[in-house]
Design a protein around this ligand. Structure first.
Ligand SMILES: C[N+](C)(C)CCCC[C@H](N)C(=O)O
Length: 294
């Protein structure tokens, strides 16, 4: 019997590692993006990279990485699990039958939005802690200098709980849900559409198709998510400094007035560049896990 997987796919375990590796490699870009979105002291991507490196060394780019790594499996299971269950409820066809009877794009969109909403809720506290740690520009362990506010992810969570209560952990969660609900609908629609374009009817998409469709789905989703991504990051940082926003609308209006509409596109380039590899690997794992379980 021929082997089930082509060399491109690898074994499930190596794909899991590839996913984690993608996250590690993508994290420095994520840190630069968060800083550009929430701090006004940088001229652009290069300036932010140079200043971070000079001030904090390479380690500066990896601040706040442990919680995303620890939570990615849970968050992605919620997203893909809710998506496929919602699709099952809407279309009453299993993953296998779906190749013969493809679901309508409306159903794919609604199922994607459902997955997006629920994963955003799980992601919110982890994302908040990530953003707060990424924004600490103090060099680590510098003798004499002021120590950073948070000593690490657990200390950060404990501080937020103590200072703001459990609700504090969900700061920015509304913006996150608004960001993710429609854009994860777009994510799955783009993925399905591209897969159908390049796959003969009734057949399973090849690994190469899955990688490319997943990568572009990531880009489409992040491009549309970026304006609310900026608002989300700013809401998450508000409360730390004086002059916190009254709410999401206040954040949007004040950001636009003070910095112009361009502010809502900060991080667009970085988000898109990071999105391709990360989501190509994510969809490849998803498709192969489904085949393995079915
Ligand atoms: C909806 N939004 C665009 C925010 C995310 C879509 C893809 C999520 C993926 N875990 C990633 O980190 O790229």
């Amino acid at each position: 019997m021929p082997p089930m997987s082509t060399p491109l796919c690898g074994e499930p375990e190596s794909r899991g590692k590839a996913g984690a590796l993608g996250l590690v490699l993508g994290h420095p870009f994520d840190t630069v993006k968060v800083r550009l979105q929430t701090q006004n002291k940088y001229q652009g991507i290069m300036d932010c990279m140079v200043k971070t490196y000079r001030h904090e060394s390479l380690l500066g780019f990896f601040k706040g990485m442990s919680f995303p790594i620890a939570s990615v499996a849970v968050v992605n299971s919620v997203l893909f699990g809710c998506y496929s269950n919602a699709l099952l409820a809407l279309t009453a066809t299993s993953h296998q039958e779906r190749r013969a009877q493809p679901p309508s794009y409306t159903h794919v969109f609604v199922a994607g939005c459902t997955g997006g909403l629920l994963q955003a809720y799980c992601l919110a506290p982890f994302d908040l802690i990530k953003v707060r740690l990424q924004n600490q520009t103090e060099p680590r362990a510098q003798l004499g200098g002021p120590p950073p506010r948070y000593r690490g992810p657990v200390h950060c969570a404990a501080c937020i709980l103590r200072e703001e209560g459990p609700r504090g952990l969900f700061r920015g969660a509304w913006a996150l849900m608004l960001r993710d609900t429609p854009t994860l609908g777009i994510y799955f629609v783009t993925y399905e559409w591209l897969c159908r374009q390049y796959t003969p009817e009734g057949q399973t998409p090849s690994s190469a198709t899955v990688l490319v469709a997943g990568g572009f789905a990531g880009i489409a989703s992040w491009v549309t998510a970026t304006p609310l991504d900026v608002v989300k990051s700013r809401m998450q940082m508000a409360g730390l400094e004086r002059g916190a926003y009254q709410g999401m609308l206040d954040c949007i209006v004040r950001s636009a007035r003070q910095e112009g509409l361009g502010v809502f596109f900060r991080g667009l380039l970085i988000n898109s560049a990071r999105a391709f590899p990360v989501n190509a690997v994510t969809f490849l794992s998803y498709e192969h896990l489904l085949l393995a379980w079915a």
